[in-house]
Design a protein around this ligand. Sequence first.
Ligand code: SF4
Ligand code: SF4
Length: 132
Amino acid sequence: MSPEQQRDQLIVAYQEMADLTKLECGPVPCGQKHCCTEGYCIEAIRWARRRWDVTLERTSHPTIPLLDLETNDCTAPPHTRPICTIHTCAIASAGFKRDDPDWTQRYFELRETLENLEGTFDMLNLVDDELD
Ligand code: SF4
Ligand code: SF4
């Protein structure tokens, strides 16, 4: 597989993961983006620059720099914010989605794909590089 093909597959897999996890958030149980924080946005900005050579532009949101103030949606593409893309409350708390083995299976299939394509998959161990 060429680097370009690998890159394209990775972006598609992140998008599929985002589509899967986003459904878990709203409007039940708590509405989308309840758990967004400035810190996660900053990690996304760092990751986007280091991994993808992309600069994520900050929004006018007063506290969450990648959240659109009007739509309440994230402005960062899924592959530039992996920590957020893979996060759901069920996975973070129990490690699986209760009463939904099909969803859980699909989630971990995508996690494996992402890990294989990312190689080191060290997104949770980002170095503390300086932010501009
Ligand atoms: S991951 Fe959990 S806390 Fe965050 S928005 Fe979704 S349901 Fe809410
Ligand atoms: S990068 Fe996006 S999903 Fe992650 S915390 Fe910021 S606004 Fe929320």
